[in-house]
Design a protein around this ligand. Sequence first.
Ligand code: PMP
Length: 442
Amino acid sequence: MNELSVPRPNNLDAFWMPYSDNKYFKGTPRLLARAEGMNYYTPEGREVLDGTAGLWCCNAGHGRREIVEAIQKQAAILDFAPTFQLGHPIAFEAAARVADLTPDGLDHVFFTNSGSESADTALKIALAYQRARGQAQRVRLVGRERGYHGVGFGGMSVGGIGPNRKQFGAMLPYVDHLPHTHLPAQNAFSRGQPEHGANLADHLESLVALHGDTIAAVMVEPVAGSTGVLVPPKGYLERLRALCDKHGILLIYDEVITGFGRIGTHFGAERLGVAPDIMTMAKGLTNAAVPMGAVAVRNEIYQTIVDGTQAGIEFFHGYTYSGHPLAAAAAIAAIDIHVREDLPGRVRAIEGYWEDAAHAMRSAPNVIDVRNHGLIAGIELAPREGAPGDRAMRVFRRCFDEGVLIRVTGDIVALSPPLIIEKPHVDRIFGTLQDAIHKEAA
Ligand code: PMP
């Protein structure tokens, strides 16, 4: 055992692993025991380059001392205090720091513990706001096919992924979906925002024709990640924004992966040039060191809900750990790094190199599309006949065994490295992936 080694667990059985093939994993466990900078290490100390920032979340790289120390310090000062009808200083400070980064006018921040909780919170804020402004008939929520908003009943219902729903039967009522924006025949191998598909936003107009003024909100990811990197076509978000404004519908962005620098600005809204009314975030908020999510809302939304109540509780929603002191400390330290090291600027500096490397994958066998924006790339493989997802899963395992962590969703390889990535890391990620795809095709 070298200096980096950590013992393997004796019992793999008790932990029911989320979103996993438990039987397969427990037969062939691939464990990550430590992390530092751009790398993970297996229990035996083998290095695995992180091509996914964990799960799109360790944007500043792993093991950042400032974050570790901030958490340790805060734990010694105040382990926990409620934020229901009470407060503690660091939660207010963390909210103000988040509000400094969000687009102008989204200056009020509600804390949660995850992206899923943020999605459900955002939907509830939208419904509460519509009621508070005298539009109680607006009870319908609109999502988009292939949208992912976590696993709460709100996010799952508004999300557009069939397999996530089919085990559970009934979903929320009054939910519709816009079509997804993936148009392979017109947009394959687009660099950045694709040319075709802005008109897909017009489907909202048909929903309004059908449902009148009963739609409360539309929720989309600015760039959909978990369903295989779908970048919005040029003009699409502009049209969605215009239709929402025309019809009194709120626009909610799920910025859980696009927040905190991923596409070269603090939030995706800035880079894509269209601001929402409500924005969810999580992951990069604390650099994933402590679970935390948040929802930022336009000032008028906060004011309408808060002023709409004479006295007493204005919004019947909250989590024991909303604004948890350790998470707040981690968020402040992560935001300090984000600002001081200009992580969005680093993304813009390397994204061209990243894009070229991603599109060079086009020459590999079975690659049928490449999509990218900022430090995100999706490489789509042709599914193996009769075994969807199998080819990509084999490529994933090969890459892991060769020392590079990628992520696969269906037959799409989704890459989203820490934002501190440098050119040699980019070369290694795509070199290892090329190799694995070639070997899989042989
Ligand atoms: N929304 C988006 C866009 C996500 O990518 C994710 C997680 N991948 C979530 C919500 C859910 O976040 P969590 O797993 O923290 O609940």
